[in-house]
Write a protein that binds this ligand. Structure first.
Ligand code: SF4
Ligand code: SF4
Length: 158
């Protein structure tokens, strides 16, 4: 896992199958992220129905080559509204989170996919499986808010 931007070394074997989300260590919690990048996309929410549509318009800090936040440790200096997901606030955010997201799946009692880096042993499989946003986004500074509708997409990998 040398090219994995998330440190997934030294974790308890298959900890996600034995440990509830709210009992995981911070390192285990961080290791659950599969690196799909779908939570860094802008969404459109219908005010009446609360239905959420995903767009391919990505947050200004999203680098779609690496499929990562370009400034993750200091991102709130640039994007104060970026959500720090925790076991405590997860439920509040489920309605807009991607269906394949490991946090959402485990919350629903579903297993991780075979392409998840914790199962496959490599961060590349999320991209190879066509689930991630690698090379598929447009930066938000190139698209006016009014035109987001033109960039609505189906969630990759679902
Ligand atoms: S959607 Fe979930 S698994 Fe994918 S990058 Fe965001 S937090 Fe990680
Ligand atoms: S600030 Fe970083 S982690 Fe937050 S949405 Fe933007 S790219 Fe994603």
């Amino acid at each position: 896992m040398n090219n994995d931007p998330i440190d997934r070394s030294g974790l308890r074997p298959r900890f996600w199958e034995t440990t509830p989300l709210n009992r995981m260590t911070q390192k285990e919690w961080e290791a659950l992220c599969d690196g799909c990048g779908k939570c860094c996309l802008n969404k459109l929410e219908d005010e009446d129905t609360s239905e959420v549509a995903l767009t391919r318009v990505a947050c200004r800090l999203f680098d779609d080559t690496t499929c990562r936040c370009a400034q993750y440790p200091i991102r709130h200096q640039f994007v104060p509204e970026c959500i720090s997901l925790t076991a405590q606030n997860l439920e509040l955010h489920l309605y807009w989170m991607p269906e394949t997201c490991a946090y959402k799946r485990l919350h629903k009692g579903q297993p991780l996919y075979d392409w998840h880096p914790l199962i496959s042993g490599t961060p590349d499989t999320v991209h190879e499986a066509g689930v991630s946003m690698q090379n598929r986004t447009v930066p938000e500074f190139e698209v006016s808010d009014d035109d987001w509708e033109d960039h609505v997409i189906e969630e990759p990998g679902t």
